[in-house]
Each structure stands twice: as C-alpha cells, then as structure tokens.
Ligand binder design. Structure first.
Ligand SMILES: Cc1ncc(COP(=O)(O)O)c(C=O)c1O
Length: 455
C-alpha cells in the first residue's frame, strides 16, 4: 500500500470515452414516455429541447462513447482531478478504515458539473444553437453552464431557485462574470413562473419549477435549447470520467474500494463515480457496496415511489420512471440546494430496483458537523451537498472501528463550499433546523402522479 496522500495523473490519462452503464444492465431500464399520449417517446419529440447528438446518447446502448477532442481539450484545464487519501481524517477518527476521496472541486466552477456542461455546450454549438436555457439549485450547475457557454460563445439564461438566489448572491455574480443572465425562479418571465406566483406568491421555488421555466423558454424559442445539469442518461454518462479516473488512481494506490459513496440530488455525481465501479461488478464480478446519500428533507430514493413521473412542476417534460416524491413536492428550504429535487435519475433508480446500490438519508446538522470535521483535518471546505457523502464516509469509518474491520472507503467530494459560507455561518450560530418533509404534502403530491394505462 502506497504512502502517498494525493494521486495525481497527467493530462494524457483523461479518459477517451465515457462509460454507458446501460450496456451492462442485466435488464434494460424502462422507456421514456410521451407526456401527452403516454407511449414511448421518439427523437423528434425531444428535438425542440436538445441537439440530436445528445438525444442519441440518451438512448444509446453502446458501452463506450468517445469524448470529442475539443471537450477533452477543455477537460485538460482541470482533469484528471486528484484522488486523495484522507490520512488526517482517518487519524482524527481513530479508524482502521482507509478513506479515499475524489475531489471534483478543482474545476473552474468548483464542482463536478462542468464535466457535462462543457460536453452539452459543445454538442449544441456543433448543431448551430446560439442560446441555452437552464435551471440551477445552489448555483453550481448554473455557474458551470455559464463557464461552458463562455468558452463556446453561447448565450446562457439561468433560472435559479429563489431560496438559493437569496442565500448565495455570489453564485449569481459568478454566472454574470462568465457572461450569463440569472433570474430568481419562480419568475414573471414565463407562463409557468407566473402561474406558480399567482397561486403561491411567497414560493421559495424548487428545481422542478425552475426546470419548467427553462424548458418553456427553449420550447418557445427556435434559437434556444435546454440544458439539464443532472437526472438524464447522457448527463450521468458525461460524469463517468470521475469513476474511470478513480479506478486507475486506486490502482496506483494499490487499493480497491469496498464501499463507494456519493451524495445524490438528481444523481449525476453519484453515478459519475459509482457507475464505472458497478460496471466492473456486473462484468468482472468485482464486488463493491455502493451508497447514495440524500437529504432527509427531500428523500426520493429512500421514501419516494418508483413510478413514471414528470421531471418538472408544470408537466412539460417527458415521463420517466424514477423514485419520486411527486412533481408537485416542494421541499423545505434547507441549505444543500442542489439536493432539492423531487425525483432521482432513472438510471440510479433502476440500479436501486436491481439491488445494485443502497440509499440512506441524513439531516443537515449532522452533515455540516461532518463537513467541519473534514475541513479541520483535510483543509477543504465541502459544498453542503457534498457534506452528505462526507457524513456517510465518516459513519462507515466509525462502524469499521467498532467492528475492528479495515475496509477501503471511496467517496466523491463533488464540490467546494466557498460560495456556501452563509450556510456554515448559520450552522455555527445554531440556526439550522433539521426539518423533515411534510408527510401530508408528500401524500398529496404522490396522489397526483400521472395515471398510465401501461402500469
Ligand atoms: C457540489 C454539488 N454536489 C452535488 C450536487 C447534486 O447534484 P447531482 O446529484 O446531480 O450530483 C450538486 C447540485 O447542484 C452540487 O452542486
């Protein structure tokens, strides 16, 4: 076992292709359905929203999809990202476990999100698109698409969930620095936004609402396409550079994980790290436990229903089968804004149904406690979303200490929290409430799941 703390690789080790887990599933995932007639959706139905290359990737069953050279060249600005051994954290915990983390916060925007933002901007530009519209929760995705838009000369419009817009003003400033425009959602700029504001003038917003606004702008403007920061198959696939690099770096560390952990909002950073390992499990019978960690206030994987549902509040998106809290579910305004989505990526949901992954949910105070312990030992301040993965890694390490075992734990540190310091300030001031979701609201939201003849 090597003594190193950091496993860096040269730019030549950036993967040449993304990994598509669909090729290795023992049973195929359910189809995507048309929101109107309920039958399977075709490429033409998606064409107003996405470029054809991305629609092709969405339905692809090829195991490897080549990363275009211009995308790989931009990845070289920060990839490969480092793999760290958390030796100081291990010592602080007195654990017999070995803890590794893949650090995605070294990207220009501060998280894993540019891995797909750059790819999406590239394919849109290649098909003559000039404007992109999108949603953002905590602002990490909006900043990432703004950055990618700047590199490819695309205009970017971001609908930012209102509660995050108020909590994180510097994220908006960052998007504007990259040349994007950012409005608080729900806004008066779209029919969807106006309808929500008429019914709920004080709405804190949600990712589902912001998606409706961004999709509407793309659907109504021929020069604009929509970009999504998570959930969809192609988005998860773009993130697999994380896990592909991690497998090679773990080899350099002469180690292989017993447990792989990621926080899960829509599921993209979790899938990015975990899918290449799950692929090895499916192909080479290389066993590994995989844990998705979500917030207790928005627990789609642990408390949601596995059903066809809309991806947005205004019901403009196609229907996908996923673990969902219902598209009308509005989670309370906790600090991990990027985890406030009502559903889970269909591919992650499929993994859960196949028994390939576990899921657990945490309240925000124990997550911030873990984030602070991590920062005081490893130096990096995790994004509030990432603290969920840190919490689970620490809990696994503490369990190992109790059981006298020495597992190898690998987690994804999906981003830094430099724009989220108000959340840490509130945590230190004892102002964070550990809110559960409202069970009545969940019941009401689930009662409105679309009824399909096929189910
Ligand atoms: C740092 C960070 N981690 C995780 C997430 C959750 O998204 P996903 O589940 O798609 O990785 C976000 C979303 O904004 C984020 O900013």
């Amino acid at each position: 076992m090597s003594e190193a703390i950091k496993y860096a690789m040269g730019e030549d080790r950036i993967p040449h292709s993304w990994y598509n887990i669909v090729a290795d599933f023992p049973t195929p995932p359910p189809p995507v359905l048309h929101p109107g007639h309920g039958g399977p959706i075709g490429p033409d139905d998606l064409a107003p929203l996405f470029p054809m290359a991305l629609i092709g990737q969405e339905v692809s069953t090829e195991r490897h999809i080549q990363i275009p050279k211009p995308v790989r060249d931009i990845y070289r600005m920060w990839r490969p990202t480092p793999l760290h051994r958390a030796r100081r954290l291990e010592q602080a915990l007195g654990t017999t476990a070995r803890i590794f983390y893949k650090y995605e916060g070294v990207s220009p925007a501060g998280s894993h999100k540019p891995n797909t933002a750059v790819a999406q901007a590239f394919y849109n530009k290649a098909e003559g698109v000039t404007k992109l519209s999108t949603e953002t929760g905590a602002g990490q995705w909006g900043s990432s698409l703004a950055f990618a838009g700047a590199l490819f000369g695309l205009e970017v419009k971001v609908f930012m969930v209102k509660v995050s817009y108020q909590q994180k003003p510097y994220r908006r400033a960052l998007m504007e620095t990259y040349g994007a425009t950012c409005v608080a959602s729900p806004s008066n700029e779209t029919e969807a936004g106006r309808a929500i504001l008429a019914a709920h003038p004080e709405s804190p917003g949600s990712l589902g609402m912001a998606i409706s606004e961004a999709v509407e702008v793309a659907a109504k403007n021929a020069d604009t396409k929509y970009a999504l920061g998570s959930v969809l198959n192609h988005v998860l696939m773009h993130q697999t550079v994380i896990g592909i690099e991690a497998i090679e770096q773990m080899e350099a560390a002469d180690a292989y994980p017993d447990v792989v952990i990621g926080c899960a909002g829509g599921g993209s950073n979790f899938a990015g790290l975990a899918f290449p390992f799950i692929g090895k499990k499916l192909r080479d019978k290389r066993d590994v436990r995989v844990i998705a960690v979500e917030p207790a206030a928005c627990p789609s994987l642990t408390r949601g229903t596995y059903a066809f549902d809309f991806g947005d509040t205004a019901h403009m998106t196609p229907l996908v089968k996923m673990h969902t809290l219902g598209s009308e579910f509005v989670p309370p305004g906790f600090h991990a804004g990027g985890l406030r989505y009502h559903g889970m990526a269909p591919l992650v949901s499929h993994c859960k149904e196949l028994g390939l992954i576990e899921a657990r949910a945490y309240h925000q105070n124990p997550c911030f406690e873990a984030g602070v312990l991590f920062a005081r030992n490893e130096g990096i301040v995790p994004a509030p979303e990432s603290t969920h993965a840190v919490r689970a890694a620490i809990d696994e390490a503490l369990k190992a200490r109790e059981e006298g075992k020495s597992p190898t734990i690998l987690f994804n540190l999906s981003g830094h929290g430099h724009f989220d310091m108000q959340a840490y300030t509130d945590y230190f001031a004892g102002k964070l409430r550990d809110q559960d979701y409202d069970p009545k609201e969940l019941e009401a939201s689930l009662a409105h799941l679309p009824k399909l003849a096929a189910e």
